[in-house]
Design a protein around this ligand. Structure first.
Ligand code: ING
Length: 313
């Protein structure tokens, strides 16, 4: 009996600074209802899907910063999404900015949750690779201040058994780092879901801009193939609060092939039937980790943060 999950990457167009959470949630519910008509089991929404991506601008007022965070999940504004999930019997992934109170202090994370078909939160992940810079760069056309507004995620990369599959999460910049996939690959992950906000222009490296969509797919295809798992990426796309962001939401098979992708930069469902057993032949041969990996040779990957002296020196 094959384990088919029909999955939708629910790409969102821009959420402007003036747009309310209620409006964003209404857009997401509309996509969830469309997904139901296609027999979808799991809907993947983007990173920071409730508001404009505020790390793109410098904010000093603490209350204004907190206004982009969720102090509860679900909250009054997001409860309708959970209720619709339960009513339709559809699970979902949601990226949002989490305000937590742990170890006696207020803590801010770039977070994602996995919700099952009963509307219950199965798992939570907090973004580990925070790109950009903590300081204000007034000369740049926009900022990327995730290192200022968020703490590094402290939950690792867990994998959960739900919907009869091993499902894990990462967030945006995590997808560019092979370690993110491999930690989950070593837990026999079968599906990784992620959201992203990726500007078309990268101020510190404008010569990379022409390759934005290529790099987006390259890293997810590599991660999928090298860990024999499905990867689903959902963009917050289009011109948002003065920053133009790539779309390119897609569903990638354990073969490394892109099986479905977005063709707009707005709200768009990208749907595919995903056989959770498709990675088995790779995990039994090419990527049989237990048989072929050589961890004793990999020490440098964990011991060093940045590049260091040549082993041959
Ligand atoms: N955004 C971007 C990302 O990793 C970025 C940062 C943009 C990196 C362009 C490289 C090039 O997709 C987030 N939110 O991580």
């Amino acid at each position: 009996m094959s384990r088919i999950l029909t999955i939708a990457a629910a790409q969102l167009g821009p959420i402007q600074r003036s747009e309310t959470r209620a409006s964003a949630v209404a857009r997401m519910i509309a996509l969830m209802r469309q997904a139901k008509a296609h027999g979808v089991d799991l809907v993947v929404y983007p990173e920071a899907a409730l508001t404009a991506f505020f790390p793109h601008w410098w904010i000093e007022d603490e209350a204004e910063i907190d206004s982009y965070f969720e102090a509860a999940m679900p909250s009054n504004e997001t409860a309708p999404l959970f209720e619709e999930s339960r009513r339709l019997g559809i699970g979902f992934h949601l990226g949002f900015c989490e305000l937590a109170h742990e170890e006696g202090r207020r803590r801010r994370f770039n977070t994602a949750i996995l919700v099952d078909k009963s509307g219950a939160i199965v798992g939570k992940y907090r973004k580990i690779h925070l790109p950009g810079h903590p300081e204000h760069r007034p000369e740049a056309p926009f900022q990327n201040l995730e290192k200022r507004y968020f703490e590094t995620g402290n939950l690792g990369w867990p994998v959960w058994r739900t919907m009869d599959a091993n499902i894990g999460m990462m967030i945006c910049n995590d997808r560019r780092w092979p370690e993110s996939y491999r930690v989950m690959g070593l837990q026999d992950v079968e599906l990784i879901v992620l959201g992203y906000n990726t500007p078309k222009h990268n101020p510190p490296a404008p010569d990379h801009d022409r390759l934005g969509n290529f790099h987006n797919q390259l890293v997810m295809q590599a991660g999928a193939y090298q860990n024999a798992c499905w990867v689903v990426g959902a963009a917050k796309a289009g011109p948002e609060a003065g920053v133009d962001q790539i779309g390119g939401s897609c569903i990638i098979a354990p073969t490394g092939e892109v099986v479905a992708q977005a063709v707009t930069e707005g709200d768009e469902l990208v749907i595919a039937r995903c056989d959770m057993d498709l990675g088995r032949s790779y995990k039994a041969s090419t990527f049989n980790f237990a048989k072929h990996r050589e961890p004793q040779a990999y020490g440098m990957i964990v011991e060093r943060k940045g590049a260091g002296p040549l082993l041959s020196a």
